[in-house]
Design a protein around this ligand. Structure first.
Ligand SMILES: NC(=O)c1ccc[n+]([C@@H]2O[C@H](COP(=O)([O-])OP(=O)(O)OC[C@H]3O[C@@H](n4cnc5c(N)ncnc54)[C@H](O)[C@@H]3O)[C@@H](O)[C@H]2O)c1
Length: 342
């Protein structure tokens, strides 16, 4: 069994999901962490008994890494991924792949040229509810999808944005509620529909945040090459993170996702339900256990299993590129106030 030397770049909020997943694997060793904030890198290096770096280049030069996990602000994903690929290092990046579609495409092309793996985190695909809907679409039980709608109404306050030196900006976050929060639900819908895009007609606006440049509201239509037309609505000025909702109206019944719980009702009277397995939990840095994190572990396991040749990489760069195209299409349509046809 090959043992991979791993580095994590970015020691912020999402770092623990990656670190805890790596240390659980026998075939991966967390050897380095990197953050421009020295105190963060050093604290994580102490906790995980590895080396701390404040520069990505120095980390690449000093360590013989096989894999990096990118947990950085959005504008840095592409340049760090491309540098890693050029050095022959496999990459698992947090969502979104990049801010611009061309940069995401360059990530895929460089990874292909250098024969390294590129994975993109969309962990909600591994939730039992998402898996139930996907499997009932694939088995044909639900029949053809006729239409879909989704809604995300979350809370990202001015204080949330003021605490971050990159969120709320077009150049560093690349957008607001769409590229950062709703992207998960929009990726799920796209994965369920499993077709390339036909057109997007969307509007974006900032309605309730004084301190940010980017959109806090978006709505529109996304049409797919297989004929499915979907509606979406996303805001992040609600008073709390309300459960996200997806509904797919299908030939043989309805599939609904409410938060992470799926309910599939078939016209023949059968109902199928899937939600979190209470036996599965994730232990945070603080020692507290919770459900959030379980699906990260599953996706990260798939990435390493694929590197070992024991599995197919579920969410590759190519696969995530279609979601990137969708996100960028929403922004282009919203900014140019016109339908974007693919
Ligand atoms: N999958 C999910 O559900 C989920 C949840 C939260 C965040 N994320 C994603 O994870 C990524 C990171 O988000 P976060 O909330 O952890 O952000 P964060 O701001 O908490 O952490 C980012 C870290 O990167 C460091 N950094 C910035 N520039 C750097 C550089 N040049 N070199 C090294 N380090 C640098 C910062 O100092 C910071 O510690 C984003 O892509 C975000 O969308 C995903």
């Amino acid at each position: 069994m090959r043992k991979f030397k791993v580095g994590i770049i970015g020691c912020g909020n999402i770092f623990p999901m990656h670190a805890a997943s790596i240390v659980e694997r026998e075939d991966a060793e967390l050897v380095a962490v990197c953050d421009i904030k020295k105190d963060r890198a050093e604290a994580k290096a102490t906790q995980y008994h590895c080396n701390a770096y404040v520069s990505v280049d120095t980390m690449f030069e000093k360590e013989q890494l096989d894999v990096i996990h990118i947990c950085l602000p959005h504008h840095l994903h592409a340049e760090v991924a491309i540098e890693a690929a050029q050095r022959g290092v496999n990459i698992l990046t947090e969502k979104p792949m990049a801010i611009r579609y061309q940069d995401a495409e360059a990530m895929v092309n460089t990874a292909k040229q250098k024969a390294v793996a590129l994975g993109v985190i969309f962990q909600n695909r591994y939730n039992p509810g998402s898996q139930l809907i996907k499997s009932m679409l694939e088995s044909g039980e639900l029949g053809r999808i006729q239409a879909g709608k989704l809604s995300v109404t979350w809370d990202r306050s001015d204080a949330y944005y003021q605490q971050s030196d990159w969120k709320g900006t077009w150049d560093k976050e690349g957008g607001g509620v769409i590229i950062d929060q709703a992207i998960h639900t929009m990726d799920l819908m796209r994965w369920f529909i499993n077709s390339d895009l036909k057109y997007i007609d969307a509007s974006i606006s900032n309605r309730a945040h004084e301190w940010i440049e980017v959109e806090d509201a978006a709505e529109g239509v996304i049409a797919y090459q297989n004929g499915v037309v979907t509606a979406f609505h996303a805001i992040n000025y609600y008073s709390y993170d309300a459960p996200v909702e997806i509904e797919l109206a299908c030939e043989n019944g309805l599939a609904k996702l409410f938060a992470d719980k799926a309910t599939v009702t078939l016209d023949d009277g059968r109902t199928f339900i899937a939600d979190h397995n209470p036996l599965e939990s994730f232990t945070y840095d603080s020692g507290v256990k919770g459900y959030w994190g379980v699906s990260h572990v599953k996706q990260i396991n798939n990435f390493y299993d694929a590197l070992q040749g024991k599995a197919t990489l579920d969410i590759s760069g190519e696969e995530a590129l279609v979601t990137q195209k969708m996100i960028n299409g929403i922004y282009q349509s919203g900014k140019e106030k016109r339908r974007i046809t693919f």
